[in-house]
Structures are given as C-alpha cells and as structure tokens.
Design a protein around this ligand. Structure first.
Ligand code: GBH
Length: 494
C-alpha cells in the first residue's frame, strides 16, 4: 500500500525538452555550445528544438493530466532566466514562461518539484571557469535566491543540483558531457566540491530567508546504482564495492547526511594512489572550509535517481595513471542474468532499488526519500506497445511498495524518467525514455502515449481490485525537515 499523499510523478529537464535555445533573450548554455561544436553527440543532434516545450508547454500539461500525476519534476534553464548567469540581467520572458508552467500545474492540482540545475550551465559562467572556480558557489546561490524569491510562493519542493556525480565525472573527467573537459583525476573532485558548496549555500539561504514564509524543502539529487560484491565471500570484492559506493553515492551523501565530509574510504583511496604516483602535495580531494556554511544537514530529504545495478570485484592488476577509475580501483560487471534494455549501461534490476532504499535508510538515518528519477529506455525501431517498459515500471513500483511496507523506508514519492522522449545527452534522440513518444520529425512534435504510459497511469493509483490505494495518512503535503546529523557515524556496508 502506498500512502494517500504519495507523490506520483514524472520528470524532465530543461535542455532535454524545451528547445527555444535562442528564443526571447535566452543566453547560451554549455550544452548549446557542446552540441554545436560537432563530433560530440550521436548523429550531430542538438537540443535546439527537441520537444519544443518552450512553445508547446500546453501539450506537456495534457500529457501530465493524461497520466493523472500528482507531481511533475521539471528543471529551470538558468540561462533562460539569467542570460549571463548573474542576477544583473533578468530575462522577463523566461520568468513568464516558468510562471505559466507553475501556475498551470497548480491549477490542475499538480505540485511542481523544481530542479535549479540539470547540467546546463550558462556559457557565460563557463567562460569564467564554470564549476572549477570557487566563486561559482556564490553565483549559484544568487541564482537560487532569485528562483526562491520568484517562484517559491508556489514551489515547495526544490532540487538545487541534479546528479553532481554525472556533471563532475562525465563533464570534466570523461569529457562526454558538456563542457567536454578531459582532466582525469583532478577536476571532477574540484567540480564536485564546488557543487556541494553551492548547494549548501543555497540551502542555508533558503533556510534562513525563505523557509520561514514559504515552508518548502530543498535537496540535491544523487544518482547511484545498487552495488554488491561479485563474490559475497571475498573480502577484496566487499572492500571494492565499498569503494565504489564511496565514489558515487557516498561522495555526495556523506557530506550531506553523515559527517559533513567525504567518506574516509574515498579520501584514503585517492591519497594512496597519489602516493603511488609520487605526488606528495595536498590531497586531490578538496577539504571543506570551517569558515563556510556547513554542508552537513543541508538536505531536507534524500533525492535518489536510480537506474541500474552492478556487481563489483577487486581489480587484479594495479594501474598507474591519474584517474578517478584508478583511484576507485574496482571493476564493475553485469550479472549475465540481468536483461539490458535499450542503452548498454541500463541493466534492468528492479530489486536493486529496494536494496538501495534499505541501504539508504540504514546508512543515512532513515531520511524521507523521493525517488526523483527511475526509467527505462528504448533504442532502435519505435515500439508503441512497449510491454517490457510497462513491466519494468510495474516491477519497480512493487519493489518500492515492499521497501515501504516491509523495510519501513520512508519513501514519499516516485518520479518516472521521463514524461517525454527527449534529447538524451550524448545519445541524442536515439535513446527514448518517454512515457509519451514524441515525433521529432513533426513540426508540431506530436506526443503519443506508449503502452507503458497507459499502464503507469493505472498501476500507480489502483491496486488489482481497482480501488484507490489510499490509506489514512495525511500531512500538509510537505516533507518534514530532516534534522542535521552529527553524532552517529554508521559503518558503510553494502
Ligand atoms: C539521468 O542520469 C539524467 O539525470 C537524465 O538527464 C538522463 O536523461 C537519464 O539519466 C537517462 O540517461 O554512458 O556508459 O558512461 C542517470 C545516471 C549516469 C546514467 C551515467 C548513465 C552513463 C554511463 N547516469 N551513466 S556511460
């Protein structure tokens, strides 16, 4: 049984759906630049037009209503609101656009969850060093305050930054996301650090300036696979899976929920590798300054993006170069039993979500959890009768139900990724995650519901008897604040 006020949502992100990349005074973002450079994205595709949600928002609203969602997670395009990234210049057309989206949602009784940053940094800020530069944190804080001030009377669920891991690693270590930097073993740690600082500053601003009147909740969305040792009896594999957790989930969740600092496992691994390389200066993993607002306790709920699982084994040979992979020093493998859907990285493992939720409950002091993304992709020929994806959602939602009912995890919401087929970053439009298909060849960008969308609309609200799954459990609709935790330091177990 799901609680009555459980949030049933779907998610999108500005660059992936909006298009209108130059419309009405929007400034360029790093994804505009990255796509236009060429050679970066599948088929040289771009998000210039995509689903054209900038002009066709009403069509998205119709999709949201068709699914019967209680919540919709969208992201704001920073450069649409503030073309050069700073509050010196506000683009009123951008403000009007998001005001209309938010007002329309509320008029339909759909609560918005708003992400401030989903990979699309204003290019003007990248020109000054982007997330590498410490000053980005206070610039982000000003942007966040602008958004709280402008939209916070109506928006009660905020995500500051989506997946800092992806932004840091894919954008600055692997170079496969914007800004396309390949600076392995150093920059990603710096970028992750500045994102945490930026998040913490914004949270403190919200807490002192806006929460008293607006009463909402703020978090940061963390992506993590479920990880377990390949050989459960191997001490090396167990240690390797702890390291993997430390380098993904732990990297951000430890500072926010546990110690205010990075997992010791992570720093120890990085520093050990530095010593091997004969590099004896300060740690490549930055340290939080005592003179800045603390990071610990700056997440009012746990926002989790879960897609897949991995088995982890210790690496046999020891590699020398400077990279996050070498620091982490573990190998991730797929279980041959898992089916792969669409994209190669997405092994379908719904039970991994339940295990991860239990792990989060045990490790991070039983936080309120929102699953802010969970989804399944289709590649190759278009299949509207996508039974596999429909099963995936059914199975995954069952696992969430067990996590709540049997494991007592405080899950308050589930957001399917994604409402629409959209621009899937480096994969362009080749990978389709939507509950609605979008015909990108059509100028009207026609949206058509998939079988999985029809099923999601049903399973999320009704049980087999066709009765609403409600149970008496009413709150004011907002998650309670999660107090900061300074005392208990749990041991990381996989
Ligand atoms: C989410 O990230 C994003 O938030 C969302 O924008 C995106 O559309 C969605 O995933 C679907 O991809 O290419 O082998 O290097 C999910 C976490 C982590 C999953 C990085 C893909 C890349 C594997 N992602 N991972 S690889």
């Amino acid at each position: 049984m799901f609680p009555c006020d459980f949030a049933w949502g779907a998610a999108t992100a500005a660059y992936q759906i909006e298009g209108g990349w130059q419309a009405d005074g929007k400034g360029p973002s790093i994804w505009d630049t990255f796509c236009h450079e060429g050679g970066r994205v599948w088929g040289e595709q771009t998000g210039d037009v995509s689903c054209n949600s900038y002009e066709l928002w009403e069509k998205d609203l119709a999709c949201i209503r068709r699914l019967g969602l209680t919540h919709y997670r969208l992201s704001l395009s920073w450069a649409r609101l503030l073309p050069d990234g700073t509050t010196e210049h506000v683009n009123q057309k951008g403000v009007q656009y998001y005001n209309k989206v938010i007002d329309d949602l509320l008029a339909c009784d759909v609560s918005p969850m708003v992400t401030l940053y989903h990979f699309d940094l204003p290019q003007a800020l990248q020109n000054h060093g982007g997330w590498k530069v410490p000053a980005i944190a206070s610039i982000f804080d000003s942007y966040a305050c602008f958004c709280f001030q402008t939209f916070g009377d109506r928006v009660k669920l905020w995500i500051t930054i989506n997946e800092p891991y992806v932004c840091a690693k894919l954008g600055h270590e692997d170079g496969i996301h914007a800004p396309g930097l390949k600076e392995p073993g150093t920059t990603a740690y710096l970028v992750g650090h500045n994102m945490l600082r930026a998040h913490a500053m914004a949270w403190h601003s919200y807490d002192s300036l806006y929460r008293p009147t607006q009463g909402g909740a703020v978090s940061l969305a963390i992506n993590s696979d479920w990880l377990e040792p390949l050989h459960p009896d191997s001490a090396d594999d167990i240690a390797a899976s702890h390291r993997c957790f430390a380098f993904t989930l732990g990297w951000f969740a430890w500072p926010l929920f546990v110690t205010g600092d990075y997992p010791e496992t992570m720093r120890a691994a990085i520093d050990a590798q530095s010593r091997k390389l004969g590099y004896n200066c300060e740690s490549r993993l930055p340290t939080f300054s005592k003179h800045e607002p603390p990071v610990l306790g700056t997440a009012d709920f746990f926002a989790l993006n879960y897609y897949t699982s991995r088995k982890v084994k210790a690496r046999l040979e020891c590699r020398q170069g400077m990279s996050m992979k070498n620091d982490r020093d573990a190998e991730e493998v797929l279980d041959p039993e898992w089916s792969i859907c669409g994209v190669s990285w997405l092994a379908v493992v719904p039970c991994g979500l339940r295990r991860l939720l239990k792990y989060i409950k045990d490790t991070f002091h039983d936080p309120v959890v929102y699953i802010t993304e969970s989804g399944f992709s289709q590649v190759g020929p278009l299949v509207m009768e996508d039974a596999q994806r429909a099963d995936f959602y059914k199975d995954t939602i069952q696992e969430v139900e067990k996590a709540i009912g049997e494991d007592g995890v405080n899950v308050r919401g589930y957001f399917a990724w994604s409402l629409l087929d959209n621009f899937e970053w480096a994969d362009g439009f080749s990978s389709r995650f939507g509950l609605f298909h979008v015909d990108f060849a059509d100028t009207g960008k026609k949206r058509t519901i998939y079988r999985s969308g029809l099923e999601y609309a049903k399973t999320k609200v009704y049980d087999n008897s066709g009765q609403s799954k409600c149970r008496g459990h009413q709150t004011d609709g907002h998650p309670p604040r999660v107090p900061p935790f300074a005392v208990i330091i749990p041991v990381m177990t996989a």
